[in-house]
Ligand binder design. Structure first.
Ligand code: SAH
Length: 342
């Protein structure tokens, strides 16, 4: 049950050990309440408000809380049970999906809820974070060309925070292990003897084409897909291998090297009329799909910008065909409506 009560300026008494109560304290402070603390049932003294607005009773496992809570209940003060915060001092790398909270996993939502500190990227669904966690939010996002916080500094920050006793979540766009430097971050935690977990995410390599109606594989059309980083230009040998596979090619971070890739694949023998799509800002406002072919994409995609996923292959036509069907069906509906109406 979720209740929205204005707690601004209200006295809220949070009971429970500091460790167990830390997330409840942060949440009530963030809601504007005046938080009073009682870390053990024996410590009750006169400094506490006689009639707080609410008692948040954290389940910290200590015996002896019940008489105290019963006293508040008898006085008509609501007592709300609060779960204890999880054991502190570990790191969870969380895949945040392509940008919509709908595509967060249940494990991601749980990890965010239990976090004390979240270090997030710009590609993760960061705008909704305040509704998903009471954790302290730290933006370590990197835009192409603007390295806000360097990778080794991110790792240092995460490790320091966890060593200081925090439940750290490192929230990354898509899946942490797909061009996400997740492996390096896990290694940094392991080197610092920290417990570390990885929560897989929905990768943009599959979900962003899907947002444009493009299936990365399709029976009798493509039985494989290769996910490539366009961060650095590919070599001619790589262009030849890719062209020779005959499957779908999905490119992340590929806007900057789009011309180079299209020209390289053409040189490697790929047909100029091979369909190609650029899907920008999947699942976000301004999502846009540009469809062309290998020969025309350089001109067609001139106005495209990051973040975008490129798809090269016959599967792009499947989306076109489905869109054609959907549009034809809509046309028929409109026609039927107009006939019925006339
Ligand atoms: N780990 C991420 C990829 C990180 S690399 C994942 O699994 O999705 C960053 C690249 O991902 C961007 O340059 C872009 O190519 C792609 N990307 C991520 N989110 C995207 C989105 N919502 N729309 C389009 N492209 C996206």
């Amino acid at each position: 049950m979720q209740l929205d009560i204005d707690l601004t300026g209200r006295d809220v008494l949070v009971t429970g050990t500091d460790t167990a109560a830390r997330q409840a304290v942060r949440r009530f402070q963030a809601a504007g309440a005046v938080v009073h603390r009682l870390a053990s049932p024996q410590a009750a003294d006169a400094a506490l408000p006689a009639r707080p607005f609410l008692v948040a009773a954290v389940d910290d496992g200590q015996p002896g809380w019940e008489p105290l809570l019963a006293g508040y209940r008898a006085a008509g003060v609501p007592v709300a049970a609060e779960p204890a915060a999880g054991t502190p001092g570990h790191v969870t790398l969380v895949g945040g999906g392509p940008g919509s909270t709908d595509l967060l996993t249940v494990a991601a939502v749980k990890a965010l809820r239990d976090a004390d500190v979240v270090f997030y990227d710009r590609l993760a669904p960061y705008q909704e974070l305040p509704s998903l966690t009471s954790a302290v939010l730290v933006d370590v996002g990197k835009k192409p060309g603007h390295h806000k916080v360097g990778q080794s500094d991110i790792e240092k920050l995460m490790v320091e925070s966890a060593v200081a006793g925090n439940n750290v979540v490192r929230l990354k766009g898509g899946d942490p292990y797909v061009f996400g430097r997740g492996g390096e971050e896990v290694a940094a935690c392991v080197a610092a003897s920290l417990e570390v977990q990885v929560v897989s995410g929905v990768t943009s390599a599959i979900s962003v084409p899907a947002a444009a109606g493009i299936p990365v594989t399709h029976r009798n059309v493509s039985h494989m897909f290769t996910v490539v980083s366009g961060h650095a230009p590919l070599t001619d040998k790589e262009h030849h291998h890719l062209a020779g596979l005959g499957g779908t090619i999905v490119v992340l971070m590929g806007i900057g090297t789009l011309h180079h890739l299209a020209a390289g694949l053409r040189r490697a023998g790929m047909r100029a009329d091979m369909p190609m799509a650029v899907v920008e800002r999947g699942y976000r406002p301004g999502q846009r799909t540009t469809i062309a072919n290998l020969g025309t994409i350089a001109a067609a995609a001139a106005g495209c910008s990051n973040p975008a996923v490129l798809v090269i292959g016959e599967v792009v036509r499947v989306a076109e065909a489905n869109r054609g069907h959907a549009e034809a069906a809509a046309d028929l509906d409109r026609l039927a409506a107009s006939l019925l109406g006339s």
